[in-house]
Design a protein. Structure first.
Length: 172
């Protein structure tokens, strides 16, 4: 009997030639390309409620645990020759590839399944533009200047005056 490993088969899951993850067999662990990591690979653990990204940068091991709800959606990227399905995060280095292929029908079916499993919207990268940076509603203008924040404001109350009372004065 042959021993089953993560890399058995023609191509390991997550290789650059083909990537086909089954959304119904989660959790899954696979390797993906990462240009900033040592060896240009990172290991990804994909669960229904979280994603764990493991990589080494300059010899330092790191593991990043991200909730699936922190991702913005599932996007279809690429051109007609090679399209990919990606779990998109606001930080592009945390985005996770799910499927790479050329069959449009298969990609559309997988797109709907991944979106439903993670309860995330389907994003169309061709139409979607990056959102402009939000500006605050000038929250700073109404505040006091920073150097005045250190000072206490003057008390508006009057000090009590005691009349016709004996005072005790300490003399040296």
């Amino acid at each position: 009997m042959r021993r089953q490993t993560a890399t058995c088969g023609a191509n390991p899951a997550g290789s650059s030639r083909s990537l086909r993850l089954d959304p119904l067999s989660l959790p899954v662990r696979f390797d993906a390309h990462d240009p900033r990591a040592d060896g240009y690979t990172r290991q990804i653990e994909l669960h229904r409620e979280r994603v764990v990204l493991r990589r080494a940068v300059r010899g330092m091991q790191m593991a990043i645990n991200v909730r699936v709800s922190d991702f913005t959606g599932v996007a279809l990227r690429g051109n007609d020759a090679a399209q990919s399905l990606v779990l998109v995060h606001r930080d592009p280095s945390l985005s996770v590839p799910l499927l790479v292929g050329t069959d449009g029908e298969e990609l559309l079916e997988a797109w709907a399944i991944w979106s439903e499993i993670f309860a995330l919207p389907q994003l169309d990268e061709a139409v979607r533009k990056p959102a402009p940076r939000r500006r605050r509603a000038n929250a700073i203008r109404a505040r006091r200047p920073k150097f005045l924040m250190r000072r206490r404001t003057a008390m508006a109350r009057e000090l009590p005056v005691h009349r016709e009372e004996r005072e005790i004065i300490a003399r040296n």
